[in-house]
Ligand binder design. Structure first.
Ligand SMILES: N[C@@H](CCC(=O)N[C@@H](CS)C(=O)NCC(=O)O)C(=O)O
Length: 185
């Protein structure tokens, strides 16, 4: 669902490129890199995940999964980092990052698709388990609020494990994530 009809109507007024992102997010970083490579001016809306600035109706009204990044371009909302890259490439083709051989294009497509697919069960599982789980730990009431706003079943399962005090990510989860990462690389 790359292009979203936002329920937060305030963003429809935005002009130019606005990026909702966070510093340590690899999905945000790939969009920031493309913006910089294309030398496009953009307005930063930094979302502090530790402060749970993504978990409120205002932000879910922009990104229905409550995740970063989200792009707003002249009032058009685009979510999912790979779709944002494709959108920017279409809108701002110069300098072009698709002017490569078919073989290279296939590699690019493979890595973009793979990075999207293993993000939740690979990178995110390891990252949350090893470093940020404590920082982002939520009270059950906060988790329930998140659950009300979140809709995607895979994400809900992930958040249930990450945040519910009675579940948590296990060594088994992280072993699975490590296996997945080893298979891919
Ligand atoms: N498939 C999404 C994944 C986005 C995602 O999971 N973003 C993370 C940061 S890397 C996030 O917003 N985490 C906040 C949370 O889980 O509440 C994309 O590529 O944009």
């Amino acid at each position: 669902m790359p292009i979203v009809e936002p329920t937060n109507k305030s963003v429809l007024e935005y002009e130019g490129i606005h990026l909702y992102h966070t510093d340590r997010s690899n999905c945000s970083a790939r969009v920031r890199l493309l913006l910089e490579e294309k030398e496009l001016p953009w307005v930063s809306h930094h979302i502090n995940l530790n402060e749970k600035e993504n978990i409120n109706e205002e932000y879910f009204g922009i990104n229905p999964k409550g995740l970063v990044p989200s792009l707003v371009h002249d009032g058009t909302v685009v979510v999912e980092s790979n779709d944002i890259l494709a959108y920017l490439e279409d809108k701002y083709p110069e300098p072009g990052f698709r002017e490569v051989s078919d073989e290279d294009q296939q590699k690019i497509d493979y890595w973009l698709k793979t990075s999207g697919e293993f993000h939740l069960m690979g990178i995110k599982t390891l990252q949350y388990f090893k470093s940020v789980a404590k920082l982002l730990e939520k009270l059950d009431a906060e988790y329930n609020r998140y659950g009300e706003l979140k809709t995607d079943p895979a994400q809900l399962e992930f958040y249930a494990k990450k945040w519910c005090t009675w579940l948590k990510l296990t060594e088994e989860d992280t072993a699975g994530a490590t296996r997945l990462m080893n298979e891919i690389y």
